[in-house]
Design a protein around this ligand. Structure first.
Ligand SMILES: Cc1cc2nc3c(=O)[nH]c(=O)nc-3n(C[C@H](O)[C@H](O)[C@H](O)COP(=O)(O)O)c2cc1C
Length: 442
């Protein structure tokens, strides 16, 4: 069991005067060329098949750059790829498969104390395909679900957790939990999960559909006052690290993220799904996915959500750097299907990357490809560890006003260069020939 570090006191790490500084190593590529990542042209290494598949033993790569990650909470993963809460972590059989294939950690499907209140419907998914096919196959770019949290009894899920921890003691199993606005229910859920040995909690403050009338999921995660109180209960009860999983269905995700970190959560996971209506069937005129001709807004995931997820992760990473001295875990989620997708989340400051829909589309062996592709990216730049490039892109975000100022400066500099010397006083002895050339028209 990983012990929790001392929870930050509310506001204790806050420093409004501290501006966002580039990490010590700046945004420069850590490769031999010492160029900015964008400019680095170092050649890619390939395993000769064109496919970059890593060999994994207990989730560890056997060769190539080191993919292991150490979170600030103490959670250590053999690679940064984590099964995101959902169908890929729904029972013992699938979670076992995830560990066997080499996933860095598994987050189980969200559980609550009383599963009898959870009733799922079918169909519960609807996919979005682009108009063209790739190699004769319909690609999936968007995925809507109206699936609730786990409908399996808590005792059954706890037995699964226990068995998994007995069989894979060295691997990280995270329980995803969600409850009503009731202190004792949270305490009971946390206590029972810890008893069977889970390594950490992810709090589902973000399910976009389901039970808003019971103030669960996203309804709780959008309300910072309730969040503060509930996080207080959770962090008092939990002995293992706690990540708060945030909803993107909010204007400023840094508000609930700040509340969660100030009340003692060790980390933030983002994003859960985006509220969506997949479409309307133009033959039946009914919404999709349709259950007895009716539907309800669901949660959107897969490739299409990645840009939104990156923006939310970037904003939380900035918050963690500015106000929490960089000392909090950040798990990025949304549309990851390749090692290069993952590299983008890591470059924006995430410590780990979760995959849910990608596993539903490509299966559990995907992790080997993810690791291989991430290693290939690292080799291109000469990065030897995740930490050597994590957050490297973050300093290159600024305000729009700054973009305008920088562009104006660049244009002025170009103009000055093009028009040569403004006054005869500016001619110099050493640069005389170049100065003359700068003013020649042909
Ligand atoms: C079918 C389905 C069920 C999900 N169930 C849960 C859940 O029980 N708890 C949770 O926190 N997130 C749940 N999610 C959200 C995912 O964990 C993830 O945050 C989201 O789908 C974005 O990542 P992705 O594009 O890799 O799927 C679910 C997603 C899908 C597609």
């Amino acid at each position: 069991m990983i012990e929790r570090f001392a929870a930050p006191q509310p506001g204790s790490r806050a420093s409004t005067s501290q501006s966002l500084q580039p990490r010590q190593t700046s945004g420069a590529c850590r490769c031999r060329h010492r160029q900015t990542p964008r400019l680095c042209q170092a050649s890619a290494s390939s395993n000769g098949t064109g496919q970059h598949i890593a060999e994994l033993v207990d989730g560890r790569t056997v060769s190539g750059p080191d993919l292991s990650v150490q979170h600030f909470s103490g959670l250590k993963l053999p690679n940064p790829f984590v099964i995101g809460s959902g169908p890929p972590g729904t029972n013992y059989a699938v979670m076992k498969k995830a560990f066997q294939e080499g996933w860095g950690a598994v987050i189980a499907k969200t559980v609550s104390v009383d599963s009898s209140k959870v009733v799922n419907v079918t169909p519960r998914y609807a996919r979005l395909h682009p108009s063209s096919e790739v190699q004769g196959k319909k690609e999936v770019i968007g995925w809507e679900n109206i699936e609730l949290i786990s409908d399996r009894p808590l005792e059954v899920m706890l037995d699964d957790f226990k068995r998994l921890k007995e069989e894979f003691p060295g691997r990280v199993l995270i329980a995803s939990i969600m409850e009503e606005y009731t202190k004792h229910a949270w305490e009971e859920l946390i206590g029972r999960c810890e008893e069977v040995g889970v390594d950490a909690f992810e709090i589902n403050f973000s399910c976009p559909h389901g039970m808003p009338e019971r103030k669960m999921g996203m309804a709780m995660g959008q309300d910072c006052e309730i969040l503060q109180e509930v996080c207080g209960w959770i962090n008092k009860a939990a002995k293992v690290p706690v990540w708060a999983k945030m909803t993107p269905n909010i204007t400023d995700i840094s508000l609930p993220a700040r509340t969660a970190l100030q009340t003692g959560c060790e980390g933030i996971a983002a994003i859960n799904t985006i509220q969506s209506v997949m479409g309307v069937n133009l033959d039946t005129l009914r919404p999709e996915p349709s259950v007895e001709g009716y539907s309800t807004p669901g949660g959107y995931s897969s490739k299409a959500v990645k840009p939104i997820a990156l923006a939310k992760v970037m904003s939380i990473a900035q918050l963690i750097q500015k106000e929490f001295d960089g000392k909090a875990d950040l798990s990025g989620i949304g549309g990851v299907e390749t090692g290069r997708d993952a590299a983008e989340f890591l470059l924006l400051g995430a410590n780990s990357v979760q995959v849910c829909t990608g596993v539903m589309i490509h299966g559990y062996p995907l992790v080997k490809k993810l690791c291989g592709e991430l290693q290939e990216f690292m080799q291109q730049h000469g990065f030897e560890s995740i930490e050597s490039f994590r957050g490297a892109t973050l300093p290159y975000f600024t305000t729009h006003t700054e973009l305008v100022r920088m562009q104006r400066e660049a244009i002025d500099a170009k103009k000055r260069k093009r028009s040569g010397l403004a006054k005869d006083d500016e001619w110099s002895g050493d640069g005389f020939v170049k100065e003359a050339e700068s003013m020649v028209a042909n």
